[in-house]
Design a protein around this ligand. Structure first.
Ligand code: ZN
Length: 165
């Protein structure tokens, strides 16, 4: 049982876009690593299907140092077709739709959680292959409160400003 949920961490599986995997395959890989079972709470398949991994309120296994206080979900994909070691923001429209819906559902359960990408908590990773902060600024995820004191509007202006430099 996880005591607190400070973060909802978005991951990718770092697999090729043509690899149509889901919770079952990831469960097998994670067990092969010697883990109890799949580390993520939810998996979003290429077709947008959302599968349950580890229990929502269980301590999950997905980001070093933060497992005791965070929820993990994974989008399938995120690596280049030609080279799975390279990042590629290649998620499908169905996945983006499912991601938003899943985040909104999780925020009902964990209203104070901050949504971040794996790489925001571990600089050595490129996971989930896109900027979660930019995503949040452009996508109106219902129930999400930015916790750095800036309004969405101010953040957007800051982004545009930086983009023009
Ligand atoms: Zn990750």
């Amino acid at each position: 049982m996880r005591e607190e949920t400070k973060y909802i961490v978005i991951h990718c599986t770092q697999t090729r876009p043509s690899q149509d995997i889901g919770a079952k395959e990831i469960d097998r890989w994670h067990r092969e690593r010697g883990w109890l079972k799949i580390g993520y709470g939810k998996v979003i398949k290429r077709d947008g299907t959302v599968e349950q991994g580890r229990g929502d309120d269980d301590v999950q296994a997905h980001v070093k140092g933060y497992n005791h206080c965070s929820y993990g979900l994974a989008l399938v994909g995120g690596a280049k077709e030609e080279n799975w070691k390279e990042e590629d923001d290649n998620f499908t429209a169905e996945q983006w739709e499912a991601l938003k819906k899943t985040l909104e559902e999780l925020l009902v359960k964990y209203p104070d959680a901050q949504i971040v990408g794996h790489r925001d908590l571990d600089e050595s990773k490129f996971c989930p292959s896109f900027s979660v902060r930019t995503y949040l600024l452009h996508e109106d995820v219902r129930g999400y409160k930015f916790q750095d004191g800036l309004t969405d509007e101010a953040d957007l202006q800051e982004l545009e400003h930086n983009g023009n430099e």
